[in-house]
Write a protein that binds this ligand. Structure first.
Ligand SMILES: NC(=O)c1ccc[n+]([C@@H]2O[C@H](COP(=O)([O-])OP(=O)(O)OC[C@H]3O[C@@H](n4cnc5c(N)ncnc54)[C@H](OP(=O)(O)O)[C@@H]3O)[C@@H](O)[C@H]2O)c1
Length: 338
């Protein structure tokens, strides 16, 4: 069977990771990535053997820098079955029409609105909704994090209402422009957009959210309080979490007290770029009291959505009908425990 040809528009935090993950699969391949600037990231991409395509307006800059492009963005549309749009938030929307005109499928990221595609994606909760469609959207890192744990808990115990506080990283580690560098910045537009974003995939879920931006680059941390339909035990909840795809339990008692040790763990695991694709839940921080459930989870914003992008390609390109099988394949190729 021939491999699905994937083009990646935007080769930043998410785009470069999607490229690595797609290259690791046996049923898809990267036919090109795009950059607007001929900087060090473009050079590394070329050195890795990736074909770098550029917008028309960047052709001269790349030629002047002695880094001739493989072609223009439009050339890439002609090479690809599907584009994974990893341009900055709200930029992807500007490309939707181009993708439509070129007749190429496209996946957008969480920085775009759900209304851009009308379909949003999570591997476990709604894989089949993107089956064969032209456009879909992988929800943001935080929304993916909330759905990864809340969906299996809802399936088993029925969540009546959930409340999540997100402590958000201020910038990605490779970003020297973001902030705050010393302060905690509450989002005052309440409740925050994350609840409605979860509902783009789980419309029945009564979930509301608040968020605080914190002076850290490593990960986000969520505190989750969920009211369940019935009384449950902490052990029952842990059993569900242990069986949930791409959820990793760690113990504060084993020395993993913060996001710093989680990042050290992913480096020790030898993960590409030190990434932690799983949502990390502190096992000894899970507590059920009556029908209330409380837990903490950490989200590696740079990488948790990457396996979902691979599964979304499989669903949109009709490569694998069974969600669990796609998740299994992606996990195996990326070194995520099944
Ligand atoms: N970073 C995260 O934590 C995270 C997590 C989940 C989802 N997301 C979402 O993923 C998307 C990408 O975010 P990111 O963090 O990867 O962004 P990023 O690191 O800023 O990378 C953006 C890339 O897009 C390119 N680009 C900029 N303007 C462009 C344009 N007009 N046309 C084509 N390419 C353009 C940039 O290329 P040049 O450098 O050459 O200009 C860069 O390679 C956003 O929707 C974001 O909300 C981000």
């Amino acid at each position: 069977m021939s491999k699905v040809k994937v083009g990646i528009n935007g080769y930043g935090t998410i785009g470069k990771r999607v490229a690595t993950a797609v290259c690791a699969q046996d049923d898809m391949e990267v036919v090109g990535v795009t950059k607007t600037r001929p900087n060090y990231e473009a050079k590394v991409a070329m050195d890795k053997g990736l074909d770098v395509y550029v917008p028309d307006s960047s052709v001269k800059a790349f030629a002047d820098a002695g880094m001739p492009a493989a072609g223009t963005l439009r050339d890439l549309y002609g090479e690809a079955d599907i584009i994974v749009d990893c341009t900055p938030g709200n930029v992807g929307a500007q490309y939707r029409e181009e993708y439509a005109d070129a007749g190429v499928k496209a996946i957008f990221q969480g920085g775009e609105d759900h209304s851009l595609t009308g379909i949003s994606f999570n591997s476990t909760a709604n894989y089949r909704e993107s089956w064969g469609v032209q456009f879909s959207r992988v929800v943001s890192c935080n929304t993916t994090g909330i759905i990864r744990t809340l969906y299996p808990i809802d399936r088993r115990f029925r969540v009546q209402k959930a409340f999540v506080t997100l402590v958000r990283r201020a910038a990605d580690p490779g970003d020297s422009k973001g902030g705050p560098i010393n302060g905690l910045e509450p989002s005052v537009d309440l409740p925050t957009h994350h609840g409605p974003d979860v509902q783009s995939i789980m419309p029945w879920m009564d979930v509301s959210t608040m968020a605080i931006k914190a002076s850290t680059t490593l990960m986000h941390v969520h505190t989750v309080a969920a009211q369940l339909e019935r009384e449950v035990s902490t052990e029952d909840v842990l059993e569900v979490m242990k069986a949930s795809p791409r959820v990793r339990l760690v113990r504060n008692g084993s020395g993993i007290k913060s996001t710093a040790e989680i990042m050290e763990l992913s480096r020790d695991l030898g993960r590409s770029r030190g990434d932690m694709y799983e949502i990390v839940v502190w096992e000894d921080g899970v507590r059920a009291v009556g029908n209330m459930l409380y837990y903490y989870q950490a989200v590696h914003q740079e990488s948790d959505v990457i396996p979902e992008n691979v599964d979304c390609i499989r669903s949109m390109c009709k490569l694998e009908e069974d969600a669990r099988e796609s998740v299994r394949k992606t996990n195996k190729a990326m070194g995520i425990p099944n």
